[in-house]
Design a protein around this ligand. Structure first.
Ligand code: SF4
Length: 409
C-alpha cells in the first residue's frame, strides 16, 4: 500500500473521485473544460456525475469516496487491498466543507458518497453518516444526497444512514452467491440482501411518517455485467425480484471494465452494447408490461445484441399485429415498436378528441418510421400496404447491423 506523507486537497479529491468513477449507480458523464477568457468557471473530468432526482430533474453530483483504503479484495475493484495505489481519506468535516463550498460555487447540486472500508464497516459507515449529518445540520444543506451503505453494518447504523440521504444503495455486484464468492470473497450475498430488506422496511415506515429526506427517496443497486458467465436471464430475474420485493428505484448495469490483472477475470472489452440491451429489457419489464419469459427462453438466456428486445419480440410475434391505434388498449399499444408509455397514453387521450393520422402520431412522439409496420389507422396501413407486403422492407432495415444499433424502444 502506498501512502503520501503530504498530500494537498486537490490530490485527495483526485484520488477519491477517481476511485468512485466505476460505480454507476448514479449515472455519470464527467467533462473536462478549461476556464476561458471573459468566462467564469471550469470543469474537471473526475468527480462530477449526473443523476436524476425523484421529480425527473437532471442534477450534477460530487461523486466521491470517503476513503480508497479498503480491507476487502474484490477482484474487479481498483481500490482492493492488493492494489499498490496511493491511499487517502477525507475526514467528515473536511468532506462536508468541500461539498458545501462546491455547492455554493454552483459546481454541484448534490453528493454521491461511497467508500472503501477503513478500520471496519461500522466505523466507515459512521464516518459517512457524520459527513452527511454535518452537511445537513451545520451547513443546512438541503440538496440531493446519495449514500452508499456498507455491507456488514448494524441495522441501527443503516437506519441512521437512511435518515440523512435522499437515496441509499448497496451494491449486489453479481447475480448469484457463486459468482460473488468467486470474485468478492469478503462479501456475502445473504448479508447484502438482508440489508436491502431492512432498507425497504425502514423506507416504508419513513414514507408513512412523511419525515426525513428519504420519505420521497428509495434504494438502488448495481450489477456488474460480463465479469462472470452469468446470463442476461439470470440478471434480469434478480432485477425483477428486487423491483417487486424491495421496491428498488433502479438496478444499474455496469459493463465490466478490466482494471486489475487477475486470472479470475476475463480479458475483454467492456460489453457496452450488452449493458444497453439489458437496460432496454429492464424498461420493458418495468414500464411496458413485458414478462421475462416473453423476452427470454430457457434455451436462449442471452439477449440478441444486434436488435433491441422490443423489436425482437414484435418480429417473433407478427401474429399480434397489426394493431389499430384507434381501438387498441394501452397494453397493446405498448407492444408496438416506436410507441413508448408516454405516446401510448397520449394516443388514448387524443383519439377521444380527434381523428388520428400519421402526422398527429409524429407530433405526440411516436417513432413512425418504426411503428408504421405494426399499426393500422381505422383499418388502413400507412402507405396503404399490408404488413406482409412490408416484410422484405423490414428485413432489409432490421438486417442492417448499423441501423439496428441506433434503434431505441
Ligand atoms: S469492498 Fe470491494 S468493491 Fe468496495 S471498495 Fe473494497 S474492494 Fe472495492
Amino acid at each position: 500500500m502506498l501512502l503520501r506523507k503530504s498530500i494537498d486537497i486537490y490530490e485527495k479529491l483526485s484520488l477519491l473521485a477517481n476511485g468512485a468513477k466505476y460505480d454507476v449507480s448514479c449515472a455519470s458523464s464527467g467533462v473536462s473544460r478549461k476556464n476561458l477568457k471573459n468566462q467564469v468557471g471550469n470543469t474537471s473530468r473526475f468527480g462530477v456525475c449526473h443523476s436524476w432526482s425523484s421529480d425527473g430533474r437532471c442534477i450534477s453530483l460530487l461523486k466521491i469516496l470517503l476513503t480508497n483504503f479498503c480491507n476487502n479484495d474484490c477482484a474487479y475493484c481498483i481500490n482492493r487491498k492488493k492494489n499498490d495505489i496511493y491511499r487517502t481519506v477525507l475526514m467528515p468535516d473536511e468532506l462536508a466543507k468541500i461539498t458545501y463550498e462546491f455547492y455554493r460555487r454552483n459546481y454541484i447540486e448534490g453528493l454521491f458518497l461511497s467508500s472503501g472500508i477503513i478500520g471496519n464497516p461500522e466505523l466507515t459507515m459512521e464516518m459517512m453518516i457524520k459527513t452527511v449529518s454535518l452537511l445537513r445540520l451545520k451547513y443546512r444543506f438541503n440538496g440531493y444526497i446519495h449514500l452508499k451503505l456498507i455491507p456488514s453494518t448494524s441495522e441501527a447504523t443503516v437506519s441512521e444512514a437512511i435518515k440523512w440521504a435522499d437515496r441509499v444503495s448497496v451494491n449486489l455486484e453479481l447475480p448469484n452467491k457463486k459468482s460473488l464468492e468467486y470474485l468478492a470473497p469478503d462479501k456475502k450475498m445473504d448479508n447484502i440482501l438482508n440489508i436491502m430488506n431492512f432498507v425497504t422496511k425502514t423506507i416504508d415506515t419513513l414514507k408513512e411518517e412523511k419525515t426525513f429526506y428519504n420519505s420521497r427517496g428509495g434504494q438502488s443497486t448495481q450489477l456488474i455485467i460480463g465479469a462472470t458467465p452469468d446470463s442476461d436471464l439470470e440478471i434480469l430475474r434478480l432485477s425483477s425480484y428486487l423491483y417487486k420485493n424491495n421496491k428498488l428505484k433502479r438496478v444499474y448495469y455496469s459493463a465490466y471494465v478490466p482494471i486489475n490483472d487477475d486470472s479470475r477475470l476475463p480479458v475483454t472489452k467492456p460489453p457496452l452494447l450488452r449493458e444497453h440491451r439489458l437496460y432496454q429489457a429492464d424498461w420493458l419489464i418495468r414500464f411496458y408490461g413485458f414478462r421475462i419469459d416473453e423476452i427470454f427462453s430457457e434455451k436462449k438466456p442471452f439477449l440478441d445484441e444486434n436488435i433491441d428486445p422490443k423489436l425482437a419480440w414484435a418480429l417473433r410475434n407478427l401474429h399480434f399485429f397489426p394493431i389499430d391505434i384507434t381501438k387498441a388498449s394501452l397494453e397493446s399499444l405498448l407492444r408496438v415498436p416506436g410507441i413508448g408509455p408516454l405516446s401510448a397514453k397520449k394516443i388514448l387521450k387524443l383519439r377521444k378528441l380527434a381523428n388520428l393520422d400519421i402526422n398527429a402520431l409524429k407530433k405526440i412522439g411516436v417513432v413512425v418510421k418504426r411503428a408504421k409496420y405494426f399499426i393500422t389507422i381505422n383499418g388502413k396501413f400507412f402507405e396503404d400496404k399490408k404488413l406482409y407486403d412490408k416484410t422484405p422492407e423490414m428485413n432489409k432495415i432490421f438486417s442492417n447491423r448499423n441501423s439496428q444499433l441506433t434503434l431505441s424502444l
